[in-house]
Design a protein around this ligand. Sequence first.
Ligand code: BGC
Length: 762
Amino acid sequence: MRQVFLVLSALLLMAATTSAHSEFSNPGIERRVDELLRRMTLDEKVGQLVLYSAGVPTGPGTGRADYREQVAKGQIGSFGNLTGAAATNALQKIAVEKSRLGIPLLFGIDVIHGYHTVFPVPLGMASTWDPRLVERAARVAAEEATAEGIRWTFSPMVDIARDARWGRIVEGAGEDPYLGSAMAAAYVRGYQGANLANADSLAACAKHYAGYGAAEAGRDYNAADMSDRTLRQIYLPPFESAVNAGAASIMSSFNTLNGVPATADAKTLTEILREQWKFKGLVVSDWQAVAELIPHGVALDEATAARKAILAGLDVDMESGFFQRHLGELVRTGRVPEAVLDEAVRRVLRVKFALGLFDRPYTPEPAAGVPAKLDPAHLELARTIAERSLILLKNDKAGGSALLPISSPARTIALVGPLADDAVNMLGSWPGKGEAKNVITLKTALAQRMQQSGGRLLYAKGTEINSASDAGFDQAVQAASKADLVIAALGEDAPSMTGEAASRAHLGLPGNQQQLLEAVAATGKPVVLIVFSGRPLALTWAAAHLPAMVQAWYPGVQAGPALVRTLFGEVNFSGKLTVSVPRAVGQEPLYYNALPTGRPANGIDLTHPPANSAEKYVSRYIDERNSPLFPFGFGLSYTQFAYAPVKLSKTTVSANALNSGAASVMVSATVTNTGTRAGREIVQLYLGQRGTSVARPIKELEGFRVLELAPGESQRVEFKLSRDELAFWNIDMHYVAEPAEVSVWIGPNSAEGQMARFTITR
Ligand code: BGC
């Protein structure tokens, strides 16, 4: 599977002038790096491995006032959180003109889902299943950020997240390694552009390496413990994909992985990343992760923490200052070989040379007084991506026709809920430099639409996101009773309940929003629930009682227009889930590509407690179903799609031929738009293998296509299954295809689809 992206990115890069991957092994750069390194003192070398945050005046480890002096002495190599051409140029001038060797600084910041133009949160972007769109969003972000002196982003976050309790699930592409790998490469291509040396290229940083998403119990910063096979099969592929796409950097994570803090883990940082994947870029620690080696218990003092981190393969210490304070002495006393230090410095310089910083250290400063205004083309892309990130979860027929799209122009609509007019929340968990004033909320866009169509909009907030007061309920209920249709905009508070350090033990609507929802639904008026959240929520009541539900995530600056255009059917819904939506917290971690069990609950009705031992002694809950509320890959459209039976080019193929690249199986199906509207369908290919040396997931995604189909139109989709799709980490930890019975599904989501079988012989 992982090799698919190597091939994909290689093909895409062939079209570009320079291969991003070759930028770090370019002989010209290597020569310049070596020449410079020979002239550096020990302290200057250490300086290149130091990153401080300059923009945040308070917080742990910040608040220093002597950055300028340190830069002049070559004691700092890069900065985080300092933005603006003037501000970055001012420090850069000191580095270039005052420090002995004039080595330029590298300025980085978290550009995650847009910089000024804020796109949907990454989980929303992934819901488009369209890497080309994600690549374009990353390109826009790079153009906007580089104009302000930033040449490095701490993105993409490529952690696989199988647990909705973990707040950082919002920052990635979801639970699947195949989709996650496609998205990882797309972000890297978008940020880095055709050539890292271009002034508008942003060095990417795939994070958080490794296993961070597997935090036990979904609690942020918690330990991750997993088999080597799960690590290789599930958690590492998106990182390898980012490396193959040419990512300039990797960020080591906070967590322990199998007992070893990832920031001091030679196995992942050196053996896998450097030796096996041939990664030539730099590794930066997460924020103070070197200092955290002490509370992790693997170092009793600062010097030991610094020593362990650099020996394991870490290059840049973000924020802890341990490298700055101790590396020189550690090398002088022989506790860290100078060759190890040199290698780390080489990696940093390589990235700086590749970015062209030595030749063009400064950012052109805009003429004073030029108003910063969002580019209309960027806004249009933000709207398109937002539209395609929205997922229609439910759209029941009431009185013969489905509730959505909203058709009659002169209706009265009641809009209720704390997220209906909350601009800040639409910007999501990493808003960059996004400003609330640039956001069009659902309320604003809907009011405009109702005015145009002569309809009436009644708005009542009802409650706050996390409140116990029902003082606003009456107004909301009154608005609902006067309306033909109720739109309830509910969910989580992006800044405080999603993202880093925002794990939740409860997966319902926060505060009293559930009560508000039930109160407006009790009016008997049809309710469309729009869920704004950074994680899948266990909205079991809503799914059972409301006719329509939309998962909106946080759609970005164009939230309102995107929602109104889809709700009114001007554009069709096409987003699909990249995470499983749970029925209950107790199901977590919940993911579709689970291993089989020796006691499957197949054919047993799990909606009631076990009635006898045949129903009991199977892998199940006695009080909840095993299945998700909505499965991975799921999303409805205003039209319908029919899948014809899957066709195979052959029914047997040999493992040897697959492994040598001599054989493959072609699998195809025809998809027809059987409805009356044009629609975009995300066609998904899943594989399951049995008879193998290790248990394999019942189903795993190994391909997808985005089809645009006019009403009545059919298209045939074809997938090639070769070693890349069929190989896995076997009992001997070799990545090979084995003899197996293979099931192939082509379908609309992970729970439905047409199936065919073939055999892999020896
Ligand atoms: C986060 C990273 C982020 C870094 C720098 C850390 O707290 O875990 O994702 O890139 O801060 O802002």
